[in-house]
Design a binder for this molecule. Sequence first.
Ligand SMILES: [Mg+2]
Length: 205
Amino acid sequence: MFTKQCVVTLDMEGVLTPEIWIAVAEKTGIEELRLTTRDIQDYDELMRGRLQILEREKLTLSMIQKVIGSLSLLDGAKSFLDTLRDQAQVIILSDTFQEFAYPLIKKMDMPTLFCHNLMVENDHIVSYRLRQKDQKRHAVEALQSLHFKVFAAGDSYNDTGMLLAADKGAFFCAPDSVATQFPELPTTYSYEELLNEFHNFQETL
Ligand SMILES: [Mg+2]
């Protein structure tokens, strides 16, 4: 049922799925891998640190993929996404990597995903390639240039460009340390609240 031309852009980790790197930290016992964009705002700094740890600990891509394959979506995420996809076009905008995301996207029935790529040599992650810096914000602006209205939701620092650029942006389960820095963005703590924000936005179209 599509009544209005709008696109919903959603962050993936922390909104629909667990944080991949935290899961890897838990499975491997390497505490330093727990840091996410919630802790370190500079994505390149965060990724350089992660790659150094992988190298030091001899963790391969296939080992990490195995961990990711064992993860479930967050409770209620699938039915939330199904409801949303019945009402609007949905694009997942994530700063994860294609090589990581597939098993999770598959569990969501393959929604559209825009993300980045890893550079891999002999199963070792040697580097990464951002498709574009600040891709989330650029994607929202590109959709708006096509005359779509955009509703966006995310949970972290790397979402704020997208949330502020969107016609309406909302936090979903963002930590207070992030949310309080952006008082202009509404904060939601359940899929029901997020759907309500989206429906309120739809009313304005
Ligand atoms: Mg996130």
